[in-house]
Design a binder for this molecule. Sequence first.
Ligand code: HEC
Length: 215
Amino acid sequence: MKVAGERGCGEKARRHSAIFTMIFMVGGCRNPISSEVHVALSPEPFVVSTKIEAKPDSNSAALEPNAMMGRGLFEQRSSNSCLFCHGGNGKGGLVNTGVDLSRPTTWKVYLALGGKAAYQSDRKTFVARMKIATTALIRDGAILHNAQFKEPWFNWNAPSMTPYKNQMLGLGGSASQHWMSLFEDVGMTPTIAAEAAWIHLGMLDSQGILAPRGK
Ligand code: HEC
């Protein structure tokens, strides 16, 4: 694979008529003029090719969460990144999280939504709610989420359910904050970042519970 890291920082991104190709890459530099965006602190060189339709008369383009964006965020290599606490495969990180991100049936959200019976009776609704609750947790972190997530379908009193441990910082970790700040000027928001993380969680899922792979 030709990696983006082999290119110079000043190289202009290739442009198709109305399409920007955004490249998320290693290098710790970025060129604000071109549409290349370089991610510092990525674990290894990789290219995210996201086709973003350029809006006429505007420099801003709609930023769509995608799998490689989610991976770039998740795998930041400094303290309090998702990777730091959870490990690359969603287990075995540096914090004893007590959760295996590759097994969504073991997550608290699975309990709070009614567990296996609820999942089996309406898988689509269950997973849609799982996404809403989990992206909110990732975006807000445990402390806020415990206090403010009040959807009627999320049962904080479900059997074996307990509030989320405060260590679950989600995007509140400094590494994630830094990563988001790199993309602020192309429209990155905590919600987009949390949805990208959700897509990455779908890639880690060994049980086939979350969204189909790559979506
Ligand atoms: C400082 C450490 C830390 C960071 C940073 C962190 N987490 Fe967590 N995370 C935890 C802990 C601890 C738990 C277990 C919480 C519990 O079970 O009460 C957890 C739980 C989770 C869960 C399971 C939710 C559930 O319903 O059980 C998901 C999904 C998750 N984290 C995703 C992420 C993502 C994505 C990121 C990065 C954006 C992230 N975490 C960053 C510590 C962290």
